[in-house]
Write a protein that binds this ligand. Structure first.
Ligand code: ADP
Ligand code: MG
Length: 140
């Protein structure tokens, strides 16, 4: 099924100059970027984005991290895009991520893991609307 998913190159990835590496991988995999911008979330915006994790032990820390610097947010489109992009990212904990995945290659710990990707159609829908309006979505 043709799907859209939200990708974020997190503040650690931007700080380490990994924007090009990440984009190269997803373009080579045939995912199309249909929206893209660089942003810096404030703490409230990061908390709203990760609302699903409210109450978990890492919620404060991950929302501090996500609001600590610039991120690149993108909407990716393609056949089975949600799962295909999750496969390219690798497991949340880079130590458990498969060889060759973005997180395995570039992450420094379980929190600073370079990239975000939506995990279902419902979360993709919420997350895309969180950052992009209709005018910013470019069919290609
Ligand atoms: P994913 O990003 O793989 O979908 P989750 O949705 O479970 O993972 O978690 C959101 C983000 O919160 C992770 O990408 C990571 O940055 C951070 N995180 C998740 N679990 C932990 C943890 N146990 N300790 C610290 N940070 C975590
Ligand atoms: Mg998640």
């Amino acid at each position: 099924m043709n799907e859209k998913t939200l990708s974020i190159i997190k503040p650690d990835g931007v700080a380490k100059n990994l924007i090009g590496d990440v984009i190269k991988r997803l373009e080579e995999a045939g995912l199309k970027i249909v929206a893209m911008k660089m942003i810096k979330m404030n703490k409230e915006q990061a908390k709203g984005f990760y609302k699903v994790h409210e109450g978990k032990p890492f919620y404060e820390s991950v929302t501090d991290f996500m609001s600590s610097g610039a991120s690149v947010v993108m909407v990716l489109e393609g056949e089975d895009a949600i799962n295909r992009y999750r496969e390219l990212m690798g497991a949340t904990n880079y130590k458990e991520a498969k060889e060759g995945t973005i997180r395995r290659e570039f992450a420094q710990d379980i929190e600073k893991n370079v990239v975000h990707g939506s995990d279902s159609e419902e979360t993709a829908d919420f997350e895309i609307k969180y950052f992009f309006n209709e005018m910013e979505m470019t069919p290609r």
